[in-house]
Ligand binder design. Structure first.
Ligand code: HMG
Ligand code: MG
Length: 300
């Protein structure tokens, strides 16, 4: 059965921008985040407190959080791979932090410079600090439907990691199809395994759209009772450690899908489309949201 309401987690300012090759002005990041909040998005991933040598585009995350004009009711979150990242996030009052494991040893080594087990040990430290400071903690698992280095991934491994992250205190696990290789069939197979042990209210989907299957996979997840969807305005982004992977599914496209299904989301689609068009103009890149391009063509 489909959920009545879906919560969107906007990851454009982090997942979207982390992979852009050019310089991104701090003012443009802030303008984007403010416009997204103004459009009604209440969960916005605004930055990442990772090693700036690894991901230079997120190096100014302190400045982003410090200069944000926070809208009441909006949660501004950040990635924190270790205690150092957590401390940076805490110093600038991130509303929420996220740890990010992978269901692939090869990807874990590339993305986090350590094994899955070593990453979980670092995440346990972040989790205990988050608990101590009463900061909500979200968990990601990358490569749930395939790894760019080692191929197929077992749903049982995803389940094991998801349970560990939940036991640490994550209130929700976002299932990342990092390279957008999943299909309706593999999404369904993964969720069947996870939902035997985990309540759907604890799961979100994070579908990259490399093979054009993200919306189909999201629809499959909605049918299984998942009601939290990560997406990126204008379909921005990709992962620096997954060569060739494109951005997340576009927020505008997800909103169009939800509208058609009569599912509430509380977000103003034209305003999101304008926010996406503006950042694409600043960055001189193509808008990857089909729905946004269609809407903007109609009104221009
Ligand atoms: P490392 O280099 O192995 O860390 O990085 P280290 O502990 O050996 O320290 C080396 C240096 O990094 C030291 O500085 C540390 O202080 C510094 P030095 O002494 O050389 O000057 N350092 C830090 N600096 C700032 N903030 C920190 C931090 N930690 C260490 N937090 C680390 C390990 C995990 C930090 C590194 O591998 C890293 O930053 N990885 C993150 C990569 C990343 O951001 N990937 C993209 C996001 S994940 C994603 O996109 C997937 C997702 O969207 C879901 C999906 O699609 O599947 C979430
Ligand atoms: Mg991602």
């Amino acid at each position: 059965m489909l959920p009545q309401r879906v919560s969107i987690v906007e990851v454009g300012p982090r997942d979207g921008l982390q992979n852009e090759p050019g310089t991104i002005a701090l003012a443009h990041k802030l303008e984007l985040i403010h416009a997204l909040a103004e459009a009604g998005l209440t969960r916005i991933e605004a930055g990442a407190f990772v090693n700036p040598k690894w991901v230079p585009q997120m190096a100014d995350s302190e400045a982003v959080f410090a200069k944000l004009k926070r809208k009441p009711g909006v949660r501004y979150s950040a990635l924190t791979p270790n205690l150092k990242g957590f401390e940076r996030a805490r110093q600038v009052n991130a509303s929420e932090v996220a740890i990010f494991a992978a269901a692939s040893e090869a990807f874990s080594e590339k993305n986090l410079n350590c094994s899955i087990e070593q990453s979980l040990a670092k995440f346990a430290e972040v989790a205990s600090a988050a608990r101590e400071h009463k900061i909500p903690l979200r968990g990601y698992i990358s490569c749930v439907l395939g790894c760019p280095y080692s191929g197929a991934v077992a749903p049982e491994l995803c389940l094991e990691i998801a349970q560990e992250l939940l036991n640490m205190g994550c209130y929700e696990i976002s299932l990342g199809d990092t390279i957008g290789i999943g299909t309706a069939a593999s999404t369904q197979a993964l969720l069947r395994v996870l939902l035997k042990r985990i309540d759907p209210t604890k799961l979100a989907v994070h579908m990259h759209d490399t093979y054009g299957q993200a919306l189909t996979n999201i629809y499959t997840a909605l049918q299984q009772g998942i009601a939290v969807v990560d997406s990126s305005v204008a379909g921005l982004g990709g992962c620096p450690y997954a060569k060739g992977a494109t951005g997340n599914v576009a927020t505008e496209d997800v909103l169009f899908l939800l509208k058609g299904l009569g599912i509430e989301h509380g977000i103003d689609l034209p305003k999101v489309a304008h926010a996406g068009a503006t950042i694409c103009r600043h960055l001189n890149i193509r808008n990857n949201s089909r729905a946004a391009v269609a809407l903007l063509n109609k009104t221009s």
